[in-house]
Design a protein. Sequence first.
Length: 184
Amino acid sequence: MTLVAGLGNIGKEYENTRHNVGFMLIDSMLQDGGYSDVSSAKFQGELYKKGSLLLLKPSTYMNASGKSLKAVSDFYKPEHIIVVHDELDIAFGAMRFKHGGSSGGHNGIKSIDSLIGNSYDRVRIGIGRGDKGEKNVISYVLGEFDNSEMTQLNKILSHAKEAVLALANSGDIAAISSKFTLKA
């Protein structure tokens, strides 16, 4: 079984923010249909299942994402975990893959690492730091994509969906990285 967790924040006010690209990817995958809603209060998030694939959107807010992943992992015991999240240190339009490693200051990843360790695959979708290097990181990541970014983001998410499904099927992060990495 493979668990794909898209990170983000719950609530209408966060829907189109940079920090929610993980949620956006899960929503895109769900549009393909065939998923059953297997959510439960104990999972602390929206959980969907199709065959041996689980899709998770934690409802714990970003900084406590690990609580939801731990609950789902303890119950389903997936052999493979893929976490999809925004990455400030990667330019907007780029996408990278990684197994394990440090959180790079990402609070959602810190939460997951503290509760289940860091032995999982990561799909990092670049959001960059804005035109001016954005001094206020919080307002930048919680800011919405503009119209031109949304057009490009839709293409990125389509590419990311294909990459995540290939990674879920193969489990080979190196092969997926060489095939699906995007450069800005």
